[in-house]
Every structure is written in structure tokens, then in C-alpha cells.
Design a binder for this molecule. Structure first.
Ligand SMILES: [Zn+2]
Length: 357
């Protein structure tokens, strides 16, 4: 099969978006798209290309003072009667158009057409972002080839509708347990009801006033919510245990440890067990490449409230942000689409930022 990512397609990020969408790559099925991308990158004499699983890394080695990363995942969520792509007026419809093959197209277009950028650039096209972290290509590479992620600054081309979304909030889940004493409900004075005791836990959640934190001009809004409650033994038994599962979304000025301490404070006097957590990422907009990028975009940055792979870069000391042409509200939707104008704007912005000086 001829590679659909031909030279005339690579020069046009709109054609390239369609060509990438039309290579099916639902998570765990990224071999073909990774083969096509790898072949394109290996043909570029200004790039050094390597591969790990279905993750492809290509970089310039021009001896520039600074290095940046442009990264995007190759996989999509499962198809939903939206394959292959279709075009209606100014919109490209199809699985992955917004999340995030239009973003991948920008990076691949730059890799193929910009031999002498003002920074050295590492391009990362990785597998399995849409499924569990143990398959995530960026996660695997951070363990197998941490050097591939080394940089002064990273841009993830996830859908943000052309706005810079900086940093990301952390997330922590914990179980708050109340205990009591079982008894027959006919003689309930002999027992202690653990579900009733959970009332105080819920009251504390209701009274909780989450913080709003502004860092580098980005406003993060925290939240602490009960997401599940479990308790009860039988229809005639006073229950002796109840658990309330809570989820804290925390601003990136707190570490995971501080976030857990905060949950312990809120639920002082209760048994708190952490079940899951992931760190946030500071926006890191003070770094020189980030400031120049913001100038090229020409719009105010916003805070990223959800958790994204930027945190993997932050964990390695690399400031990172999200910027892509897709609309995040359309990600994973059956009518997923991307505006052709946003793709062209994104390509122009990246060229402005990275053009040789
Ligand atoms: Zn995505």
C-alpha cells in the first residue's frame, strides 16, 4: 500500500488531517498509522527518528540553545459511524478530527516542512492515550527513553479550540469510612448506625468552600465531591459500615501529598483511605519559549481543569501546555468535527513561533 501521507498531503495541514483521520487507529490498533508516520519522518534528512512500540520520536539536532517538544497521540476512541472523514462546508467530520488528528497534522506538517526551526524540536507521536495509563505511549517512553522527553518546554496538541490551556489540575480519590455496631432493627437501640454517621461526612462536603487559585494568569477552580456512597447489610439490620468515596480536583500549587493532607483535614476524626491520585502541572508560562509562544498565539491563556498528559512532562521538570485546533467539547462525540479555519490558524501560529530567526 502506498503511504497516504504523500509529499503533496504533508504540505497542507488540512489535507493531512483528513489523511490521518482516514487511517483507522482506535487504541491498540496504531500499527498502520505509526508505520506511515515513521516512514515520512525517516525520509526527512533533517530529522533523527526512532520508534518504541507504536510511538515514534523524531528530532532535529541543530545545536540550538533550547529544545521544545511537540506531541500528540495517534489513537482515537472507538468509531461511531463516523469513519472515514467527510467534509461539509468549512468542517471536517470524523473520528479523531478534533481529538486529536488535526493537532497531530500540525506537528507532522511542521516536521516535514520546517528543516531549520529557531529551537531544536522533538516530535512525539504516541500510542494509547485514550485507554489505561499502562498502555500510554508517553508513559512507556518516559520509562524506556526518558531522554526523548527532555526539553525546555512542551506543547501537547490536544483540542483547545485554538486557545492556550496551561498546566492541569491534579486529582485524588479517597474513601471516608464510618463504622457502627450491627443490631436487629427491632432492637436498634443495641446498635450504632454507620449510615447515619455518614450524614456528618456529607454535611462537611456540603459546607466545603473550594479554593480558586490564579497562577501565571490562569485561574484554577478546585472541587471536592462525593462520587459514590456504599453501606447497608440487609433490610432488618442496623449497618455497621458506610463508605463515602470523594474526588478532590486540586490546583497545581498543591502536591499530591498536600492534597491528601487537605482531605485528612476536611475529614478530621474519620478513617480516610486514598485509592487513587495523579499530580497536577504548573502552567510554567514564565519560560522564554512559552512567552514567545503566547505572543505568537496572541490570546490570553486559560487554565486546564481536567487532567492531561502535560502532567507527565511536568513530572520530568518540563513545563507543558495544551494547544490545538479541535474543539474539546466535540472530543469523543459522534458528530466530532474540526473547523478548517482553526487548522490553518494553528499552522500559521506554529510557523510564526518556530520560523528561523
Ligand atoms: Zn486527546
Amino acid at each position: 500500500m502506498a503511504n497516504p501521507l504523500s509529499p503533496d498531503v504533508l504540505v497542507d495541514p488540512v489535507l493531512l488531517t483528513r489523511a490521518l483521520v482516514d487511517i483507522e487507529s482506535v487504541s491498540r490498533n496504531e500499527k498502520v498509522i505509526a508505520d506511515c508516520v515513521e516512514e515520512v519522518l525517516r525520509q526527512a534528512p533533517h530529522l533523527h527518528t526512532e520508534r518504541h512500540g507504536h510511538t515514534v520520536m523524531a528530532r532535529t539536532d541543530l545545536g540550538r540553545k533550547r529544545r521544545i517538544v511537540l506531541a500528540g497521540h495517534l489513537d482515537t476512541v472507538p468509531l461511531n459511524n463516523n469513519f472515514p472523514s467527510t467534509v461539509v462546508d468549512d468542517l471536517i467530520y470524523g473520528c479523531g478530527t478534533s481529538d486529536m488528528k488535526s493537532g497531530v497534522a500540525l506537528a507532522l506538517h511542521l516536521a516535514a516542512t520546517l528543516p531549520d526551526p529557531c529551537y531544536d524540536i522533538t516530535y512525539l507521536f504516541y500510542e494509547a492515550e485514550e485507554i489505561e495509563a499502562k498502555y500510554n505511549g508517553l508513559n512507556l517512553v518516559s520509562q524506556a527513553h526518558p531522554g526523548w522527553l527532555a526539553a525546555d518546554f512542551a506543547v501537547l496538541l490536544e483540542p483547545t479550540y485554538g486557545v492556550v490551556e496551561a498546566g492541569c489540575q491534579g486529582t485524588l480519590r479517597a474513601q471516608i469510612r464510618t463504622t457502627g455496631r450491627r443490631a436487629h432493627t427491632a432492637r436498634s437501640w443495641r446498635g450504632v448506625n454507620a449510615i447515619h454517621a455518614a450524614g456528618e461526612v456529607l454535611r462537611r462536603l456540603e459546607d466545603y468552600r473550594p479554593r480558586t487559585v490564579t497562577i501565571d494568569g490562569c485561574t484554577y477552580r478546585e472541587g471536592l465531591n462525593a462520587v459514590r456512597i456504599a453501606g447497608g447489610v440487609a433490610g432488618n439490620v442496623v449497618p455497621d459500615e458506610c463508605t463515602v468515596e470523594v474526588n478532590l480536583r486540586f490546583a497545581p500549587d498543591r502536591t499530591e501529598k498536600q492534597a491528601l493532607e487537605h482531605v485528612h483535614e476536611v475529614f478530621e476524626g474519620y478513617d480516610v483511605e486514598q485509592t487513587d491520585s495523579a499530580p497536577g502541572a504548573l502552567p510554567g508560562l514564565a519560560a522564554a519559549p512559552a512567552r514567545e509562544f503566547l505572543a505568537a498565539v496572541g490570546a490570553e491563556p486559560a487554565a486546564k481543569l481536567g487532567w492531561t498528559d502535560v502532567a507527565r512532562f511536568a513530572a520530568m521538570g518540563v513545563p507543558a501546555l495544551n494547544y490545538g485546533p479541535g474543539d474539546p467539547l466535540l472530543a469523543h462525540a459522534p458528530d466530532e468535527h474540526v473547523e478548517i479555519g482553526k487548522i490553518r490558524d494553528g499552522a500559521a501560529t506554529l510557523h510564526r513561533w518556530l520560523a528561523p530567526r
